[in-house]
Design a binder for this molecule. Sequence first.
Ligand code: SF4
Ligand code: SF4
Ligand code: SF4
Length: 323
Amino acid sequence: MAVESRPAQQSLVQAGAQLLQNALAPLHKEEPPAPQPAMGFFTDTSICIGCKACEVACRQWNQLPAPDPTWSGSSYDNTRQLGATTWRHVQFIEKIERRKPVSEETSAPSLPLFNNLEGASSPIADPPPGTALPFFNTERWLMHSDVCKHCANAPCLEACPTGAIIRTEFDTVYVQQDICNGCGYCVVACPFGVIARDEKGDHTAHKCTLCYDRLKEGIEPACAKACPTDSIIFGEVDQLKKQARERLGILHERGVKEARLYGADDAILEGGLNSFFLLLDEPEVYNLPRNPERPARNVAPASFLTIAAAAILSLLGIFIFKE
Ligand code: SF4
Ligand code: SF4
Ligand code: SF4
């Protein structure tokens, strides 16, 4: 019987060790990254001009395909909604009040931002009644750049059965595409209609990553970088909330009493939103739920009811079949 030489035996042992190492590699756990301050967005809709630079920058950076432009019939909005390949969506909301009969029409409408300033006279001619101009009238155009809210208590993450949706070291909510199995539980759990399954692509769930790849390199997210008016401000959530309250105070002083913050306190989803908004009207006008709910809250009562129903049915069954 031929005996293998010592070098041949050694290389066999090495190859075996390598094979074992490769097989065990998926079980190797990397150290989690060190926690960082919570990062997010303060989106001030009062200074959004609807240029859509944020939408385009998001598509470019994340290489998301642009849909064919179609006439949606909804003002200048041809994107319509957030989706698996649309992670930023600029809404154009036309607030055009029904015109009063001519007899009831007063003179030209007031321009709150200018005429209410003490001693200031408006440099802009009063618009005729019925004209829709942004910010200057009761008939106005509201713009809102919508995005994932990176909720502090994220219903999508709570609903995900595979652990594909995680919270990053920046306190943002991130989908790991290689782990997502496309079950769609997160889609129905999100109360904002943000996350969606890519039905034409890989059939997994997608949404804004808060530019996790850029954050890791210390770079601001692409949408905030592109916004020419700083309507989208990126930063530490605590600082942003302070800034948002100051901005709200300024607007109220100037007579814009309808301005309000959405998601800046803990009232929304019992922990607030890391991406929150300053709005100029009721949340519903922007298609934002006033009191969104966490479906995970229903798990305990629903489980209890199921167990109780099963117990009652079992007892009934025993009773009937015993007869
Ligand atoms: S907005 Fe929706 S998708 Fe984004 S973190 Fe909250 S629940 Fe998840
Ligand atoms: S943070 Fe990045 S992924 Fe999210 S909307 Fe902005 S550009 Fe898109
Ligand atoms: S880039 Fe800024 S100003 Fe332009 S649509 Fe987006 S949020 Fe509004």
